[in-house]
Design a protein around this ligand. Structure first.
Ligand SMILES: C[S@@+](CC[C@H](N)C(=O)[O-])C[C@H]1O[C@@H](n2cnc3c(N)ncnc32)[C@H](O)[C@@H]1O
Length: 340
C-alpha cells in the first residue's frame, strides 16, 4: 500500500471539501498536553503521534515486515469482500474514522460502491492531500473531509449532512481506548450512524513474540514515530524536548492484554514550557517545569488486544445486536460488522 503525491500536471477535477474542526482551541490542547506531562505517571495521548510527519511515518510502518495488522486486515477484506458487501449493501455513505491516507476505504470502493465518502482524521493536512489524490482517482465520488478529534466524544457535525451511514473504523484504532472507553465510544458511533452499521477491524491476542516486534521494528520506524511526538509537543506546547534524550520502549502487558509504548529518558532532563493556561505562549511570563530522571517514562500509547469473543461482547455492551465476524486462518485479526 503506497501513497504517492498527486501529479500536478493532471489536477483533480475538483478539490474535496475539508471541514477543519480540529485545533481551533490551541489553549485547550496546551492544557491537555501539560496536564499529561505534569502527572506523576507522565503521559501524552496517542492522538499527538499524528502530525503530518507522524502520519507519513505510520504509513511507512504499515509496510514493515513486522507490522502484520495492515496486511492481515487487507487480506480479510480481499477474501471476504463479497460477503462483506452482501452484509453491508451497496450505495451507502461511508464514514471513515481515522482515515489516514484513505487507502483502506478506497480498497473497498469497488465492492461497496458508496455514494458518499466522509473521511475523518485529526491529521487534517495529511487528510487533505489524501482526499485530493482520491478525488483524482474517483472524480465522480462525493467526498468530504473532516479534520477533528474524536478521542473524547464522537458525533458527526451537522455540516457533514449525514443520515444513516456505515461507519468504517479499521486498523484496530479502537485498541487505543481502554475497553471501558471503547464501549462508550462505540455507543456514540452507533447513535451517530442513525440506524446504519459499523465495520470495524480489531487486532486479536497472540504470542508476544509476534506482537512486540510489530511495535518495535528492526529499522526503527516505530521508534521514530513515537519519538516524533516530542517534536509535536515542542511545537504545540513550546516545550524544549531533545528527541535524542529519549528512547522508544514497547512491550506486551499481558495482565492488561495491551501493547504499551513509552518514551524513556536516557538521562536526567528538565523540560520546560510557557504556562499552558496563558492565552498565547508568546505573552506568558510563567513557566511550567517537569524533571525526568534517567529511566523515567512517558506513556504514549496503549493498543489493546482482544479475543473474537471478548470483542463481540464489547460490541454487545455498546448496544449492537446483530454481529458478523471474519478473521484470517490464524485468528490474528478480526473484522466485525454490526447493523443493529
Ligand atoms: C492507526 S492509524 C490508522 C489509519 C488507517 N485508518 C489504517 O487503518 O491504516 C490511526 C489514524 O487515526 C487518526 N487519529 C488518531 N487519533 C485520532 C483522534 N483522536 N481523532 C481523529 N483521528 C485520530 C490518525 O491521524 C491516523 O490517521
Amino acid at each position: 500500500m503506497t501513497f504517492s503525491c498527486i501529479n500536478t500536471a493532471h489536477p483533480s477535477p475538483r478539490s474535496p471539501r475539508l471541514l477543519r474542526l480540529h485545533q481551533s482551541d490551541a489553549r485547550a490542547i496546551r492544557i491537555e498536553l501539560a496536564a499529561g506531562l505534569l502527572a506523576s505517571a507522565s503521559s501524552i495521548a496517542p492522538k499527538f503521534l499524528y502530525d503530518a510527519l507522524g502520519s507519513r511515518l505510520f504509513a511507512a510502518i504499515t509496510e514493515l515486515p513486522e507490522y502484520y495488522p495492515t496486511r492481515t486486515e487487507a487480506a480479510i477484506f480481499r477474501t471476504h469482500q463479497n460477503a462483506i458487501a452482501a452484509a453491508m449493501g451497496k450505495g451507502c455513505t461511508l464514514v471513515d474514522l481515522g482515515a489516514g491516507n484513505c487507502e483502506k476505504a478506497a480498497s473497498l470502493f469497488d465492492a461497496l460502491r458508496p455514494t458518499r465518502y466522509v473521511a475523518i482524521d485529526i491529521s487534517a493536512d495529511y487528510l487533505a492531500d489524501a482526499l485530493d489524490y482520491l478525488q483524482f482517482r474517483h472524480p465522480a465520488l462525493d467526498l468530504l473531509g473532516i479534520g477533528m478529534d474524536f478521542s473524547t466524544a464522537f458525533n458527526l457535525p451537522d455540516e457533514a449532512g449525514v443520515d444513516a451511514c456505515v461507519v468504517f473504523y479499521p486498523g484496530s484504532s479502537i485498541g487505543n481506548f481502554t475497553p471501558q472507553a471503547a464501549e462508550v465510544f462505540l455507543r456514540q458511533v452507533r447513535l451517530a450512524a442513525k440506524g446504519g452499521g459499523l465495520l470495524i477491524g480489531v487486532d486479536l491476542n497472540k504470542p508476544s513474540e509476534i506482537l512486540e516486534p510489530a511495535y518495535d521494528d528492526t529499522l526503527g520506524v516505530t521508534a521514530a514515530f513515537n519519538r516524533n511526538m516530542l517534536t509535536v509537543a515542542n511545537q504545540l506546547l513550546g516545550a524544549n524536548f531533545e528527541v535524542a534524550d529519549f528512547r522508544h520502549v514497547a512491550y506486551f502487558n499481558r495482565v492488561e492484554s495491551r501493547i504499551e509504548m513509552h518514551l524513556e529518558a536516557l538521562r536526567d532532563v528538565s523540560i520546560c514550557w510557557p504556562d499552558a493556561a496563558a492565552v498565547s505562549s508568546q505573552v506568558s511570563t510563567q513557566e511550567s517545569v517537569r524533571q525526568f530522571r534517567a529511566g523515567e517514562r512517558i506513556h504514549t500509547e496503549n493498543s489493546y488486544k482482544y479475543t473474537p469473543e471478548s470483542f463481540a461482547a464489547l460490541m454487545r455492551r455498546a448496544g449492537y445486536t446483530r454481529i458478523t465476524k471474519w478473521t484470517d486462518a490464524d485468528e490474528w485479526f478480526g473484522v466485525f460488522w454490526a447493523d443493529g
